[in-house]
Design a protein around this ligand. Sequence first.
Ligand code: ATP
Length: 473
Amino acid sequence: KEQLFKNIIAHSKEYGFVFPSSEIYDGLGAVYDYGQYGAELKNNIKTYWWKAMVQMNENITGIDSAIFMHPEIWKASGHVDGFNDPMIDNKDSKKRYRADNLLEDRIAKYEKEGKTEKAAQLREQMEGFLKADNLSGLKQLIEEHEIACPVSGTRNWTDVRQFNLMFSTRMGATAGENDVVYLRPETAQGIFVNFLNVQKTGRMKIPFGIAQIGKAFRNEVIARQFIMRMREFEQMEMQFFVRPGTELEWYAHWKEARLKWHLALGPDQARYRYHDHAKLAHYANAAVDIEYEFPFGFKEVEGIHSRTDFDLSQHQEFSGKKMQYFDPELNKNYVPYVIETSIGLDRMFLSVFCNAYTEEQLENDSRVVLKFHPALAPVKATVLPLTRKDGLPDKARAIMDSLKLDFNMQYDEKDSIGKRYRRQDAIGTPFCITVDYESLENDTVTIRHRDSMEQERVPVQQLHDIIGRLVSW
Ligand code: ATP
């Protein structure tokens, strides 16, 4: 499985999906660029989400708020004080670790050795200290369990310190204390602070939702597993505003609806599971993760959280502005409760990519094929003239031109037809349209299907309908 994941990362680079950022300067940690096919795939995932959330739900509307926001917002949301990871440095290797990760690794080791009681005890102590923000308690555990730095092998540790995950910069020309602004660590707050703007201008009635797709930034100290944990990433979030007391019904609704959205792309259902949170953040009264089975195990892709009236009430207090809704049916004002659905676009990308990646053994050959859902595939169809002469390229170009406004198409006349099919398999193109001599006679072409590799002959006139039907949402 480790090898499989390495192959997946290599394939994503070799075929123009994901590149390490600033690669010619040896890269920048946990930052990635999307290449020509990656950008298409990412856009298609966004469209799939936007259509399902905004277009299909008449009571959900979409916005696009700025990355920079008033710094008070992050005090109100709790991010200035509470969005921290407990860090510890090894004085010899100068390497920095998350204290809880060091302890997690030790717990895993105990479990592997069959010391389940010891593992459970350590977990309980660690979670207690994390909850109480007891940093010296965490340090004490690291010392008691004689945890050494994986790089230097020594136990020469600094104290545990809180490390805020928000990136900050300065706004304007004068540099003073008050000019600090943050790069948003989540898109949700842009929705909360616009709650009344949207509600009033859109004449929205509760229950209703506001959705947004946008960049978020977190100074993650431990960057592992490729685009799973990035410092610059994208989120697709929706906040659903409801009447207090109805939130758990809506929570159940969104929990189910969001899993269906994932499964509609056709992955094996066994690759998905819910992970209900036993311990809740102080503002939440229910929370669940939707997890996907990556080659490195089940990991969170999306979170659904019942956030009560925490965020709106905090903004009401910090801004001094009322964040209330007048409910005409109840004839009263209240601060709505909120159900949030929050999914990382990059993690979704990785799950789609892992799910599609297939190494296939054929009769006397093998191929790597990306079996994307046709609606998500970066290139929908490629037109291939069988040879480069006798007018076949002209015919192929004319077909390409008639389709490329509606579908992302490619034209390829280089190399043998077999090689060209393999190139398209490797980027997940669902259909190859081959133009041969018969095409010149009766205006038909063959369509080759990516997954079955079967071919059928169809009239050129029907191509638009056929492709449209197969790649539609
Ligand atoms: P984790 O526990 O994995 O750090 P989280 O619980 O902090 O995630 P949320 O704050 O709930 O995550 O963010 C919502 C979603 O945003 C996550 O489900 C994930 O898909 C995505 N996400 C969060 N942090 C990152 C990151 N550093 N890189 C990529 N995606 C991320």
